[in-house]
Design a protein around this ligand. Structure first.
Ligand code: BGC
Length: 756
């Protein structure tokens, strides 16, 4: 397809028609010019292709549900996630679906967001890395992805009208950064804009977001589509860079686009850009779908099991209760053992062709007793079910309680109100602990929960929403066939009120102020020295690892150079295992407020007992930078940085330091109200003011009477001089140094020298 030729041939109406869907899942064909329609489908952790392709919400075809994003992020394993992506791409290809709607990489601002299970992490670097791998996996099959929901869709409450209001630094350092890495590295075919507004402007008509940042700053050259029904003003959308409205607007907005071009409110060139992006996507899709592929669901079910096991996080394991000894009598307790909760509700809901429960999978290992314990459709305790469970636990040496959150607790469309687990499950765990001293809790949930039982049980295994094969994966971990290796991609706070967004989530009606700024997740808990229930990056193994020999390629680098960090990690236990080695960077002295440390690298290594491997990280300028609002850019402040390498954000094993030299300066525009100390400290100030500041300082000191306060008076005088606006010097001295007009001119000159 020669897009230039086609665009020239197209009528205005035909071009406008390309800018919205034919129905819920297809773009519009243009038969006259042989332009076919293409199909898109949800996503992200399975294929949800509706049986009746023209219907919006319809029974979906049988498919494979892989672990959801909250789980896959915990693998900290790029290759694993890319393999899952390949399997998803295979499914799409077999079903002639051109674009899979996902992954979602919104930051987990609050544990309460109903859609957290579809998102990766509270950390932008981890989110972007996992998202990029997911995208690369799917797209390696010739199938497109849609990175969503761009941006700041961090809650479900009033998601279609609320405005996520934040400062520029918070936007770029946290919320946009998750997308930035995914866009630059993953190169998704499409990006889906979010429903919400950002600083009062709808994402679907936000030029800053869709063009200035996404295309101009990050170099995105694909298609931008709307979330389903996210369009507010279609003409503004075209101007902002929204190419495709989804789903269909039944011709209404196509007409508006045509009218806007005709009445001169929309430049046709902008419409051409949008139409070109749609045509480009159609072109890519056609190429990607031209070959056939077999969708082997049984093989994918096995893969889903492997992936789920790699993602699970062993949160606690006292007295090495896990892995379980099959010669012991074991009880599986809880409805989730039989009917696992393995995915969330809403657009990502997959019609699984098969689900394996732990109760079914355990037969591969041993016999267990079973009691239901609670009813998943309610929070209310059922005395009979609890009594049965207690009797069952009494008979056994080990009780494994399957618990977590039910569908009533978290889903697309609404947020949780609290972090507690259902009361009937909590009562069950308590009662079981009264009769059994070896209790394991297996959790199925999409987001952190409070754990009042933490000190009563010996082991806690977090399976998250682990996909349709989660039961098999759970048993593989419980019985030690697989050694747990997942790490938390988010902090589990002790209580909801510890969370930094607690006060301002979910906002006042449509107004959501991100008052915690960049201090999201561990960035906040670290700074405030709050002990979390389980920290970011935490996860145990059945073996142990020893870290040694941290080596930096140099202890002094230029910000533009690459720094290599290597460490040795040894498996000091008796069984094979995998460790996620995490690298954090700290700016030791910064003129802006920065987090205590930030994740800038991670590698997952597999080690046989006694084996040692060298783990390497490469750090570039971004690893040391912060986003400077005055420069509208990422800057590195020259100075010492600490490199910390560890097994979790709170289990740092090795550190070293590096001096990073940098020419970056925070641009400052001085005024007559700038403090004297700031101007005096500017390297260019003597060029403009000579030794005026020394004279002022001497004069003020001399003016102080000798008194008994001595040192305190000296401190006060210094502080007053330092922090006094420069205009005050003139009024105190009666313009002895210069006139107000002269001061104004000198300040302008200094700004000029500093290029401001
Ligand atoms: C969701 C998207 C989804 C789309 C299509 C929207 O409501 O926010 O994530 O891809 O529906 O189902």
């Amino acid at each position: 397809m020669n897009i230039d030729v086609i665009l020239k041939e197209m009528t205005l109406e035909e071009k406008a028609s390309l800018c919205s869907g034919k129905d819920s899942w297809h773009t519009k064909p243009v038969e006259r010019l042989d332009i076919p329609e293409i199909m898109v489908s949800d996503g992200p952790h399975g294929l949800r292709k509706v049986k009746d392709e023209s219907a919006a919400m319809n029974q979906a075809i049988d498919a494979v549900c892989f672990p959801t994003a909250c789980a896959t992020a915990c693998s900290f394993d790029r290759e694993l996630v890319a393999n899952m992506g390949k399997a998803l791409g295979q499914a799409c290809k077999a079903e002639k679906v051109a674009v899979l709607l996902g992954p979602g990489c919104n930051i987990k601002r609050s544990p309460l967001c109903g859609r957290n299970f579809e998102y990766f992490s509270e950390d932008p670097y981890l989110s972007s890395q996992i998202a990029a791998s997911h995208i690369q996996g799917v797209q390696s099959m010739g199938i497109g992805t849609s990175l969503k929901h761009f941006a700041c869709n961090n809650q479900e409450t009033r998601r279609m009208t609320c405005t996520a209001n934040m400062d520029e630094r918070t936007f770029f350092e946290i919320y946009a950064a998750a997308f930035e890495g995914a866009v630059k590295q993953g190169k998704p075919y499409t990006v889906m804009c979010s429903y919400n507004r950002i600083n009062n402007v709808y994402s679907s008509e936000n030029k800053f977001l869709l063009t200035d940042v996404l295309r101009d700053k990050w170099g995105f050259d694909g298609l931008v589509m709307s979330d389903w029904g996210a369009v507010n003003d279609r003409t503004e959308g075209i101007k902002a860079g929204l190419d495709l409205e989804m789903p269909s607007s039944h011709g209404v907005n196509d007409k508006k686009i045509v009218e806007s071009v005709k009445n001169g409110t929309l430049d046709e060139k902008l419409l051409d850009k949008a139409a070109r992006n749609v045509l480009n996507l159609v072109n890519k899709a056609e190429n990607g779908l031209c070959s056939d592929v077999q969708w082997d669901m049984q093989a994918q079910h096995k893969l889903a099991r492997t992936i789920a096991a790699e993602c699970a996080v062993l949160l606690k394991n006292d007295s090495a209760l896990l892995p379980l000894d099959t010669s012991k009598s074991i009880a599986f307790i809880g409805d989730f053992a039989k009917n696992p909760r393995y995915q969330g509700g809403g657009s990502s809901h997959i019609n699984s062709f098969k689900v394996t429960s732990a109760l079914e999978a355990v037969k591969e290992y041993c016999e267990v007793e079973y009691a239901q314990g609670y009813d998943s459709n309610t929070d209310v305790s059922d005395e009979k079910l609890i009594n049965e469970a207690v009797e069952c636990a009494k008979k056994c040496e080990v009780a494994v309680v399957f618990a977590g959150l039910t569908d009533l607790y978290e889903s697309e469309g609404f947020d949780r109100k609290h972090m507690a687990m259902p009361a009937n499950q909590l009562e069950l765990i308590d009662k079981v602990c009264e009769v059994c001293s070896n209790v394991v809790v297996v959790l199925h949930n999409g987001s952190p929960v409070e754990m009042p039982f933490k000190n009563k049980v010996k082991s806690i295994l977090e399976m998250y929403l682990g996909g349709q094969a989660v039961g098999g994966a759970t048993c593989d971990l419980l019985f030690g066939k697989v050694n747990p290796s997942g790490k938390l991609a988010e902090t589990f706070p002790e209580r909801l009120s510890d969370n930094p967004s607690f006060i301002s989530f979910p906002g006042e009606k449509d107004d959501v102020q991100y008052r915690e700024g960049i201090f999201v997740g561990y960035r906040y808990y670290d700074f405030k020295q709050i002990e979390p229930l389980f920290p970011f990056g935490h996860g145990l193994s059945y073996t142990t690892f020893e870290y040694s020999d941290i080596k930096l390629s140099s202890n002094a680098v230029n910000a533009d150079d690459e720094l290599t960090v290597s460490v040795k990690v040894k498996n000091t236990g008796k069984i094979e295992g995998k460790e996620v080695v995490q690298l954090y960077v700290t700016d030791k002295e910064a003129s802006v407020i920065r987090p205590v440390k930030e994740l800038k690298g991670f590698e997952k290594v597999s080690l046989k007992p006694g084996e040692t491997k060298n783990v390497m990280f490469k750090l570039n300028k971004r690893a040391f930078a912060f986003y400077c609002e005055a420069a509208h850019d990422w800057l590195v402040e020259e100075g010492d940085f600490t490199i910390s390498v560890g097994s979790s954000s709170r289990d740092i094993r090795l550190t070293d330091e590096v001096f990073v030299s940098s020419k970056d300066r925070i641009p400052v525009k001085y005024t007559v109200n700038s403090p004297l100390g700031d101007i005096a400290a500017d390297p260019n100030s003597t060029k403009v003011f000579g030794n005026m500041f020394e004279e002022i300082s001497r004069g003020m000191r001399q003016a102080q009477p000798e008194d008994s306060m001595g040192a305190a008076t000296e401190m006060m005088t210094n502080a007053m001089i330092r922090e006094m606006p420069i205009r005050a010097v003139l009024s105190f001295s009666g313009e002895a140094f210069m006139t107000y007009d002269e001061l104004g001119m000198k300040i302008d000159e200094l700004n000029r020298i500093n290029n401001y």
